[in-house]
Write a protein that binds this ligand. Structure first.
Ligand SMILES: O=C(CO)[C@H](O)[C@H](O)COP(=O)(O)O
Length: 233
């Protein structure tokens, strides 16, 4: 699995704390990435100890990991929504809890699962915190829409770069068979407005701005976990 961001200890602390929030009988959204992976493994240990849960994976990676960890799986088709979603982020805004996600190109499925959750818990390390979001926004596009979407991003004063695969010649292809444009906009003063602009661009399957979705962010450090809550709880 790709290693991004802060220390493994910080990620483990955040992921393991989030797994404690899951109750018997819950359906759990299983996020993607190295921090969410700690939550999936911790959940697997709780299942071994008798916890009755089902997980909805957000990617090929989280499905494989859940199987290895012994977390029983279901689908949104079967259950409709999840009780708790636990997922990572590439960046979060300290004040609003708005997120940039999609470092693992899984943001389309992640958004479907995370948005369906009664409680969406983000797990992160301190390197992900920002006063204003400025991380490039991953945009999943239909392959035939790559150039028109790149032009639309430019019209929004952004710069779109096709994400390249690392151990394959050519582009990253998502779990849904699409391409990813990493779109740099500099500092994003109004993530909600940019999210609307991207969502209404023809050919965009999903973008990595998650605005007003997170209920809390657990920021792991080497020493423990800081809990930041957002929205009405
Ligand atoms: O959005 C994601 C995948 O699409 C990940 O949650 C995000 O990239 C954070 O990953 P990590 O915990 O490995 O830093």
């Amino acid at each position: 699995m790709k290693q991004r961001g802060g220390s493994e200890e910080a990620k483990r602390n955040a992921g393991e704390r989030a797994a404690e929030f899951v109750d018997d009988g819950d359906v759990v959204g299983l996020g993607t990435g190295s921090t969410a992976a700690h939550a999936i493994r911790a959940l697997g240990r709780r299942v071994d100890a008798g916890l009755d849960v089902e997980g909805v994976p957000t990617s090929f990676q989280s499905r494989e990991l859940a199987r290895e960890a012994g977390v029983p799986l279901t689908t949104l088709d079967d259950v409709g929504n999840v009780d708790v979603a636990i997922d990572g982020a590439d960046q979060f805004a300290r004040e609003s809890g708005a997120l940039v996600k999609g470092g693992g190109a899984a943001h389309a499925r992640e958004k479907i699962v995370d948005a369906s959750a009664t409680r969406f818990v983000v797990v992160a390390d301190p390197s992900k915190a920002a006063d204003e979001l400025d991380h490039a926004v991953p945009v999943e596009v239909l392959p035939s829409a790559r150039r028109p979407v790149a032009a639309a991003v430019e019209a929004l004063d952004g710069e779109a770069t096709l994400r390249s695969a690392e151990r394959k010649d050519g582009p990253v292809v998502t779990d849904n068979g699409n391409l990813v444009l990493d779109c740099a906009f500099g500092s994003i003063a109004d993530p909600g407005a940019l999210a609307t602009d991207l969502s209404t661009t023809a050919g965009v399957v999903e973008h990595g701005l998650f605005v007003e979705l997170a209920d809390e962010v657990l920021v792991g450090t080497d020493e423990g976990v800081e809990r930041r809550r957002y929205g009405a709880e």
